[in-house]
Design a binder for this molecule. Sequence first.
Ligand SMILES: Cc1ncc(COP(=O)(O)O)c(C=O)c1O
Length: 388
Amino acid sequence: MIDLQRVREETPATAHRVYMHNAGAALMPVPVVEAMKRHIDLEAEIGGYAAAAQEDVRLQAVYASIARLLNASPAEIAIMENATVAWQMAFYALSFRPGDRILTAEAEYAANYVAYLQVAKRTGAVIEVVPNDETGQLDVAALDRLIDKRVKLIAVTWIPTNGGLVNPAAAVGKVARSHGITYLLDACQAVGQMPADVEQVGCDLLSATGRKFLRGPRGTGFLYVRDNLLHRLEPPMIDHFAAPWVARDRYQLRDDARRFETWENNYAARLGLGVAIDYALDLGLDTIEARCRLLAGRLRAGLAAIPGLRLRDLGRDPSAIVSFTIEGRASQDIVAGAGRAGITIGVSNPSSTRLDAEARSLPPVVRASPHYYNTEAEIDRLIEFCAR
Ligand SMILES: Cc1ncc(COP(=O)(O)O)c(C=O)c1O
C-alpha cells in the first residue's frame, strides 16, 4: 500500500492542483528537488568540478539505481540528457545494408519513426510495420510470421505517448530472442508506472526518460545496452570520455555503456534522477502499477458514461495514459478549460504517432495521465469537469 498522505505531502503542489499530466512531465517529489538544489548550491559554493568530485559516490550510485530499476548491471547503463538521445545513440550505432528490414509497430513514436526514415533513405533498409491485433496492440503472431534473415532490428514503443496501449514487450522479446534479432525498446512511458525488467522483457537496448512517470527532472534519460551487444556497438559519435585518446592516431572505446555518453553533464539533474528512481523503488513498481491501473480504470469508467465523450485507448490492459475526445469540443479547449479549473492535463497531437492517428482518423486527443499520488476524488473531479 502507498502512504498517500506522505507522498502527497512530499508533492506539495497536490495541495492546490489536480495534476494528471504525468505522461508529459510528472511532479517531482521534494527529495528530488532538494537533492538538485543542494548540488546547485554546492556548485555555487565550491565550483562545479569540486562539487562533482565531492559527490562522486552519490553520482556513481545513480548507475546502480538505474540498474536496479531495470534488473541490469551498472556497466550496461549510460545516463543521457533525454530518452531521444539515448534511443538515437543505440539506433544509429546499428548498421544496415540495402534490403535489411526494420520491424516496428503502428503506434511508434514520431522521433523514432523519422530516424527509421532517415536511415532507410541513407542505407536502403526498409521499414515494415507489424499490424495490430483485434485489441489494437502489436500482433505477436504477425510479427513472428514477418521474420526472415533480412530482419536486422525489431524496434517498438512499449507504451505509446497516447492511447493507453501497452504493447506486449515481453512477447516481442521472445520472438526477437528465438531468432537472434536485435531488439530496441522505447520504454519512455513505461518506466516509473510499472516494472521494467530487461531480463523479463528480453530487449537488447532500452531507452527511457526521467521526467515522466519516474518523477525525475527534465533533461534526464538513460540507455540500457545488453552486455553481449555492447562490445559490438560503436557509438555513432564519440568524444574523449566515450573513447579516451590513447595514442596520437588511436582511441579506445570504454568497456561499459558509458561509451555512449560525453564528458560534460548536468550533475544536479543526475542526482535528482537517482533520487527519483530510489523513491519509486522504495514504493515498489508493482505497487505503483496497481495504483496507476486502479486510478486509470476509474477514470475510464467515469468518462465512458459521459454522452459524446469517446475514449481513444487501445489494448488489452491499458496503462495510466487515458486518451479521449468530446464531440463538438476541441481537445485544446478542454485542456485549457481544465487548467482554469485547477486540473492539469495535456493534448496529444496526431503527428506524435502518425501511423496510428491516420489509421484511426484521430484528431488531437486529450491526454489525462494520473499517477499513484492522485486521489480517487481528483479522478472524480476530472470526470465531473468533462461531464459539464
Ligand atoms: C513514447 C515516447 N518515446 C520517447 C519520448 C521522448 O522522450 P524525451 O523527450 O525524454 O526525449 C517520448 C516523450 O514524450 C515518448 O512519449
